[in-house]
Design a protein around this ligand. Sequence first.
Ligand code: SAM
Length: 228
Amino acid sequence: MPEFFIIATPIGNLQDISFRALECLKRADFILCEDTRVSQKLLNYFDIKKPTISYHQHSKITKTESIIELLEQGKNIALISDAGTPGISDPGNKLVQEIITSLGENVKIIPIPGPSALATIASIAGISMDRFLFLGFPPQKKGRDGFFKQVIDSKYPVILYESPYRIIKTLKQIQELDKDIEAIVGRELTKKFETIYRGKVDKVIEKIEKDKIKGEFVVIVKRYDKRK
Ligand code: SAM
């Protein structure tokens, strides 16, 4: 039976790849990559020489059909994204769904777990993360007000992804709604300039602005608990 591996890859530090991820990348006949140039660096580093196929959120249905055909021919396929776990704010879920619809039990879908910015920030939160709300990227234009209302209304900590271009705008919008809210921000996690900011959101904004706002960011916000 053909195998379809959904493989998590590092979010920065290549040492975070798992043995199993490497083994499955080697077992695949083709590797689907979000951006083939980005993934080629990872594949070169681990000396994995396999044909790559680009697959991203705007891929056409014909691309999906040709992937399904390859599986029907008995080829093993691996899906990776630019970083982290496919399917978490990354392409993957739609393809998995279409493969299940087309091939049902005739394909083995195999998750290869590993790094994700979501789990990485949760692990160092230092607050209870037994329950949390993950909302991914805030909308860039329409729907921002409703989105941030949901953030501050949440009774659980909220995890967000944000780009370096919008991190300050996003934190300021949250601060306007609740000046007491606390933030834990992970910047460039697992990389050379890894920085973790913690505290009241205004202080966190100040520190990030001082550090010149470069890199990738993942954010946890939590309403101040007045009962403490
Ligand atoms: N699927 C990925 C995962 O499992 O982490 C997330 C992909 S999403 C397109 C990319 C976003 O994840 C970035 O904009 C940033 O918000 C967050 N991210 C990825 N790598 C990160 C890192 N090393 N440090 C902090 N945030 C990161």
